[in-house]
Design a protein around this ligand. Sequence first.
Ligand code: NAD
Length: 323
Amino acid sequence: MSKSREFEKLGFIGLGAMGKPMLSHLARKLPPESRIWVYDVVEQMMDDICAEFPDRVLRGKSAKDVAQKVDTIMTMVPEGSHVRSVYLDPDNGVCNTDISNKLLIDCSTIDTATSLAVKEHIAENFPSASFYDSPVSGGVVGAIKGTIAFFLGCAESDPNLQRLTYLMKLMGGQIIPCGGPSLGLAAKLSNNYLSGVIAIACSEAFDMGMRSGLDPRTLAKVYAAGTAQNAICDKFCPVPHVYSEAPSSGGWKQGFKVQLMRKDFGLAVDMAKRVGSRNVLGDIGLETYDGAANDPRCRDLDSRVVYRYLGGEEDWQSKLNDA
Ligand code: NAD
């Protein structure tokens, strides 16, 4: 069977900021005979996407109903509790119907324990079904552009890797098999922990340099030339108007919301504790993102708004001009 024919009957559950654009790529790129059954607890989400692709995207009544109609299911919901509900709800969950031989891919960013619990439940009850964690990186803009990266919880030798790669390539760029079940999530949480810590450190470093009299553009050049070089210091510079395309230069309006960073950072700190990893920056980082996520000046903005939360100077250009 060709790889595309395997995806003639696909399900997609969770049609929010990420799920909807990911699904749109599938609806545009899968062969014409493919049909996609969707489900979201919010009716409007289903109405919108069905109206956009009337011959292609069909409405499901529940997660279970979608599972009954398709061979492959993708899920993209906010948290572990939602993933549990989609798969394990005793009345309307995916596992409340026969899912033998089906391919199940969860792209949500959740805790590894929940993902493993769902996988184990499926392995015990439907041994021929395959469940994978496959969180994504690249944000809403990447989902719209079709450039997101997938961190796939499987080995390079996994028998489904080719099929999974075919499907994910329709929605994104890089697909990285991370070694085994839940390791896609472990990789994603570890990455976001690092990125979150760097954004705090970067904000503090700029702030101390600027308060000492340095122009942030000079500081950016110094970091880029020195050992501190990293993507947050330049491409995602937390100080506005140092790098014109950074979210900060557009008022932090586009990017990765600070509430999502708080969620992922919390999941990463929990994971570190569970696996016995010494984590001296974890609690203070979490406290910082918790504060920023609940600060009305920062909420709903890109997570690098932590610079504002920490008291960094935003109007540095006019102050330089006045001097
Ligand atoms: P979102 O809140 O915009 O969308 C989630 C959708 O899931 C909503 O439409 C909601 O109604 C639906 N949903 C919730 N519970 C459901 C259930 N039981 N059954 C069916 N549908 C249900 O969230 P999002 O931004 O699309 O994020 C989804 C996941 O992707 C999260 O885990 C998030 O951490 C991760 N993620 C988000 C981004 C981002 O920039 N937004 C980037 C990378 C990863």
